[in-house]
Write a protein that binds this ligand. Structure first.
Ligand code: SF4
Ligand code: SF4
Length: 242
């Protein structure tokens, strides 16, 4: 017991200081891009594996898988930055250039309802499972979402919000709807990752092509998968954490 106590003392406090300070991001992190539509080339559009770049040179971050191919072939038109504040309250706000999502006001009703406690039920509705893995990281001591009153719960009956990952495969659609219907209302839906927002790489398979064709979505968190910092910043904005 004493040994364990001493080891704990030696380790000290390991939880990161985000959101008091900006998160520490890896060198290869690709955040919200800077896009100059008039300079975006046809090749950049053609090379995009998910057709995220429109004819007028704008990128839909709800589709983007952040592979960086477009920026490689068209550096003068597209440049990925370290901006991690990408979660948005509407799909339209994921278009770049466009409104800066972190400027949007959060939902005061949700803050009033949840107070200092926010319970999330997560449903994996297809996809590759990387979104779930990176969300699970938020439960480790490095991120410790419990300090914000956020907790993952096993039962939808205890949940304030439903976090959906994956494109909503046909086989998961009924289970997702049942989970949502079992939640006390009002409840909130978070689409986590390109698959959940738009179907991502699976949009042409036997899927619903994203959550919003099945359930109303309150928060869209882009990425493939979203980095834990992207997800946590979006969650804190959703619950108007202060
Ligand atoms: S980074 Fe996004 S927009 Fe660019 S090619 Fe990859 S998926 Fe398409
Ligand atoms: S968005 Fe990317 S990481 Fe997440 S489930 Fe889909 S393919 Fe996997």
């Amino acid at each position: 017991m004493l040994k364990a106590f001493m080891a704990r003392l030696r380790q000290g406090y390991r939880t990161g200081t985000f959101p008091s300070t900006p998160p520490v991001l890896p060198d290869r992190f690709a955040g919200r891009p800077e896009v100059f539509p008039e300079k975006v080339s046809d090749e950049a559009r053609r090379i995009c594996p998910v057709e995220a770049i429109s004819e007028n040179g704008r990128i839909d971050l709800g589709r983007c898988i952040f592979c960086g191919k477009c920026a490689k072939v068209c550096p003068e038109g597209i440049r990925f930055t370290e901006e991690y504040r990408m979660g948005a309250f509407s799909h339209e706000a994921l278009t770049v250039p466009g409104v800066e999502p972190w400027q949007e006001s959060s939902n005061p009703e949700l803050r009033k309802l949840c107070g200092k406690s926010f319970k999330i039920r997560q449903v994996s509705a297809g996809g590759c499972a990387a979104c779930e893995l990176d969300f699970n990281v938020l439960n480790t001591l490095a991120w410790d979402i419990g300090r914000f009153g956020i907790q993952v719960v096993a039962s939808p009956r205890h949940a304030d919000a439903l976090l959906v990952t994956g494109p909503v495969s046909d086989n998961m659609r009924l289970a997702l709807e049942k989970t949502y219907n079992a939640m006390p209302k009002p409840s909130f839906v978070i689409a986590g990752g390109a698959c959940a927002i738009s179907g991502g790489l699976y949009r042409e398979g036997t899927t619903a092509g994203g959550v919003e064709s099945v359930l109303p979505v309150d928060m869209y968190v882009p990425g493939c998968p979203p980095h834990p910092a992207v997800m946590l910043e979006a969650l804190l904005r959703l619950i108007a954490y202060r």
